[in-house]
Design a protein around this ligand. Structure first.
Ligand SMILES: [Zn+2]
Length: 76
């Protein structure tokens, strides 16, 4: 018997309107995020100048981050 997951999480897909960076926030708590809470990882903009899309995605966050990616660096 196959096991199927019903797990989902939310991707906040963001475009910074200052520098143009596109990035994705993966979260189980989308209600804790809004354009007013985001900081652009590239230019640091925190004025709410973003385009924000929400998508419910099947699976678990760890399947996307890190997914199959190689570890690049660790900051402790
Ligand atoms: Zn930016």
């Amino acid at each position: 018997m196959a096991t199927e997951t019903t797990a989902t999480y939310t991707q906040l897909r963001v475009k910074c309107m200052k520098c143009g960076l596109h990035f994705i926030v993966c979260t189980d708590y989308p209600e804790q995020h809004a354009i007013t809470t985001l900081y652009c990882p590239e230019c640091g903009q925190h004025l709410g100048k973003f385009l924000l899309w929400k998508a419910e995605v099947e699976g678990f966050i760890f399947q996307a981050v890190p997914g199959g990616a190689e570890m690049d660096s660790v900051g402790l």
